[in-house]
Write a protein that binds this ligand. Structure first.
Ligand SMILES: C[S@@+](CC[C@H](N)C(=O)[O-])C[C@H]1O[C@@H](n2cnc3c(N)ncnc32)[C@H](O)[C@@H]1O
Length: 272
């Protein structure tokens, strides 16, 4: 599991303009991954950058080797490969929309077939026993299923006692009071954005559940700039026309906002 291996599909091999454009001083680990691989497999904001931001708050470097980690809503499993490669975890890569056969191929090409197990799973019906995992990670997915007041305890029961859950989600600087989108974002608004909240909202939401002690609930400084850079790159470089169109929409959204309202929140809780 060498960081400098060139035998897999994820490692940066030689300098190229795309990789240079995406080499980011805040995310040195992610910058070692092949940029084309990240663009081809993206499903939204840069998943590896967000996971790299989450990692220290979640204590991923302190996990024992082969610790069991659930990557919930893993999408195309880039974060699952990152968890195995960077933190030597045994990862269950669970997702609803992406076919596990597809993820199995991608994971094998990356050289981590023995460390990452892809499964199709619905977040409200997870087929795992109580206490199965040392940690649960979710990047840009928890907002789809985790805003219900009763959800968190059904998930944290899968953690070993003292185990941690960490998520990164698109987020708001301030909660929205009315039923209308903010004026400056009206033209770009999607009803799904009502699931975005502030770090304080998430802290209260998780604390009230009684399922975890919240250890972090904070805001990624200048996260919107990262989101914009990444979306611009994906709009130009994505080989999938649908993903390129969605990236163009993100460019318009984030440009219209200029960091006034939108960004990312990181929330970490320890099973009580
Ligand atoms: C925006 S994509 C992000 C994927 C990946 N985490 C990433 O950042 O590249 C959101 C993912 O959440 C997953 N998802 C949404 N609702 C889900 C649910 N109810 N159960 C499991 N996964 C879900 C989808 O399958 C999708 O892959």
């Amino acid at each position: 599991m060498s960081d400098t291996s060139t035998s897999d599909t994820t490692s940066r091999t030689s300098p190229d303009p795309l990789t240079d454009r995406l080499t980011h001083p805040s995310y040195p680990r992610s910058s070692r991954y092949d940029a084309r691989w990240t663009v081809e497999n993206q499903m939204g904001p840069h998943a590896l950058w967000l996971l790299e931001w989450l990692a220290p708050a979640l204590g991923l470097d302190g996990l024992r080797p082969c610790a069991r980690v659930l990557d919930l809503g893993c999408g195309r499993a880039m974060t699952s490969v990152f968890l195995a490669r960077e933190f030597h975890a045994q990862v269950t890569a669970a997702d609803l929309w992406i076919d596990p056969d597809d993820n199995a191929r991608r994971i094998a090409e990356a050289g981590f077939a023995d460390h990452v197990l892809p499964v199709r799973a619905e977040a409200h019906d997870l087929p795992f026993a109580e206490g199965s995992f040392d940690a649960i990670v979710s990047v840009d997915a928890y907002q789809y299923f985790g805003t219900n007041d009763l959800y968190l305890p059904t998930l944290t029961r899968l953690l070993k006692p003292g185990g941690r859950i960490g998520i990164v989600v698109p987020a708001l600087r301030e909660e929205l009071a009315g039923a209308e989108p903010p004026e400056h974002l009206k033209a770009h608004w999607d009803p799904g954005f009502w699931a975005f909240h502030t770090p304080d909202w998430w802290r209260r939401h998780w604390t009230r559940s009684g399922a975890v002690e919240v250890e972090a609930a904070d805001w990624l400084e200048d996260g919107w700039r990262d989101w914009l850079l990444w979306s611009e790159v994906c709009a130009e470089e994505s080989p999938d026309e649908n993903m390129a169109r969605m990236a163009r929409e993100s460019v318009e959204l984030v440009k219209a906002d200029q960091g006034q309202l939108l960004g990312f929140a990181r929330i970490v809780g320890r099973r009580s």
